[in-house]
Design a protein around this ligand. Structure first.
Ligand code: ADP
Ligand code: MG
Ligand code: MG
Length: 249
């Protein structure tokens, strides 16, 4: 579903990703952990095609296509989703209009007609319930005045409406209280499917008690330095990362 080979990428001429490889099969949940500044967010930004990130070597196959041949919008329409890729606030555009436009763009890509406003309202309201957001959020400006927890629930709402095939969650758990964490985890778990994969970037083992990953990787110094099963997250919680960094050098 997503095969990353020897990926190298730079920001402002500084190499951040230094030969990163990952193979994510349909249905799998991969957790990526690692010290601050190791390149975790850079990976998400490179995959979704954010401006300012230059790929200098390596390849990424996404659903059998060369990811880097696709424009960022095409990547999204092909089913790549990064929580946080959407503008933080868009005053004057309601969350509802924004979400419907995104859903319709995905439908158009699949050759389907736009969803009717009535059907969308119904769908959006139901989805709001499942992420514990008051439906009045749909009428507010995109992320305008949302609390941290509300923004993250809203991202899960977007994800549930867009039904991507590869979902990247970048520290979606940071700053969440236990109830919000549970909502995020329930949303992800409800969406787990044989034809959908997740990359969950997190600093804390805590989230992985709720979203149980198939694989855990440590990203340090721009490369995956260790991979294992879910027990690796517990080991990291106990020992930190320094023992791995020593191995890398
Ligand atoms: P992580 O998410 O693992 O904490 P990041 O991917 O955010 O790490 O950052 C990795 C390195 O790349 C850091 O040294 C950071 O300063 C640098 N970096 C990332 N994005 C940018 C950017 N847009 N401009 C300048 N430096 C950046
Ligand atoms: Mg960071
Ligand atoms: Mg980061």
């Amino acid at each position: 579903m997503l095969t990353i080979k020897d990926l190298r990428a730079s920001v402002e001429n500084e190499e951040i990703l230094k030969g990163l490889s990952l193979d994510i099969k349909p249905g799998e949940v991969h957790a990526i952990m690692g010290p601050n500044g190791s390149g975790k967010s850079t990976l998400g930004n490179v995959l979704t095609g954010r401006e300012g990130y230059e790929v200098t070597a390596g390849s990424v196959q996404f659903n059998g296509k060369d990811l880097f041949e696709l424009e960022p919008e095409e990547r999204a329409r092909e089913g790549l989703f990064l929580a946080f890729q959407y503008p933080v606030e868009i005053p004057g555009v309601s969350n509802m209009e924004f979400l419907k436009a995104a859903v319709d763009a995905h439908r158009e890509h699949r050759g389907e007609d736009p969803i009717s406003s009535v059907d969308f309202l119904k769908l959006a309201r139901e989805t709001c319930k499942s992420v514990d957001l008051d439906p009045s959020f749909l009428k507010r400006g995109v992320n305008e005045g949302f609390s941290g927890g509300e923004k993250k629930r809203n991202e899960i709402l977007q994800m549930m409406l867009l039904k991507p095939t590869v979902c990247i969650l970048d520290e979606t758990d940071s700053g969440l209280d236990i109830d919000a964490l549970q909502v995020v985890a329930n949303g992800v778990n409800a969406m787990r499917a044989e034809d959908r994969s997740f990359i969950v970037v997190t600093h804390y083992q805590r989230l992985l008690n709720y979203i149980v990953p198939d694989k855990v990787h440590v990203l340090a110094g721009g490369r995956i330095v260790k991979s294992g099963g879910k027990e690796l997250a517990h080991e990291l919680e106990e020992k930190g990362y320094s023992w791995l960094e020593e191995e890398v050098v």
